[in-house]
Design a protein around this ligand. Sequence first.
Ligand code: TXA
Ligand code: MG
Length: 338
Amino acid sequence: MTELLTAETIDQAANCLQNGELIAFPTETVFGLGAVAENEAAVAKVFQVKGRPSDNPLIVHIGQAEDIFNYAIPNKEGDALIKKLSDAFWPGPLTMVVPIAEGTFPKNVTGGLNSVGIRFPDNEDTQALIRAVGKPLVGPSANLSGKPSPTTVDHVYHDFSGKIAGILASQPSRIGVESTVLDLTNPNQVQILRPGYITEEMLRTAIPDLNVSTVSLTDLESADRPKSPGMKYRHYSPRQEVIAVAPNQITDYVLAHKENKRLGVMAPKSYLQAMGSGIISYVIKDSVEDAMHNLYAGLRYFDDQEAIDEIVVIIYPDIEDNKAYRNRLTKAASQVVE
Ligand code: TXA
Ligand code: MG
């Protein structure tokens, strides 16, 4: 039985976690699959129910910003940077990868790395849950490995009903894609390992002297020992092939293919109208924020329909603000047309 828990039953949720069970929790990015980070057996269950590759480390979620200093190895320069970033962006969609001493967390949390990703999420019920447990929680996205991440309670039920102890209920996730993962192991040269809502520009605005760059996907995927192991795996994929198509080509693409394939199309209304009948549509507003907010919900909507052969999704141009959306969509897609 997977129980639906609420702000009123947080103590029950905390109890389950303390007993080594799994509870999914809402965050502003996507829902996480929670287990007590220091409980190696509970963390092992997370990998097992998700079907997650064991070399992909987990993010540790804390209930108050200053708790990061309980884990990061003290370092004058690094600590000052963590403080500035946490003042500017926490609680929020930023994960800080910091150096830790061996044995700080079980090996299955860190994948054997000497660093850990830490995040203070912006959902008050989840913060209250972590504080009630009194220990940080691991929280990979609460989806079966390889599938689109969950942005609603229904998505979590769909993948894990009967397999986890409970879900802390809430509204859909506000942002819709996972946090920005920022590597702070060298404070003089920090690197975005996974783009997210927090952009390079936002980081530079908050901390003008910050030396920040984004690791390219090819670097991440080809390195012998990938910096962010998670980035090398296929992700966010429904059963059907996904084709990402630029705004100025998507209407023609659909008109050219809709006769011989049953298409699911995710695009703003004006584009869908120009494509006519004979497609299954998922409407979004014409903005990258709304596309990002709905990407996983749209992919899941199509995934569940036998009557769709191929999914076509609008992709926006390669500018700073569109990086997180493009990163997730191109990882889900087998072809990009632009
Ligand atoms: O928004 C989010 O971050 C969500 C919510 C639930 O908080 N969580 C999430 O977790 O996306 P997950 O496990 O799906 O993604 C964790 C990412 C992976 O790409 C992993 O490789 C990277 O963070 N990561 C974790 N620890 C790392 C480390 N020590 N060094 C480099 N990358 C790390
Ligand atoms: Mg994930």
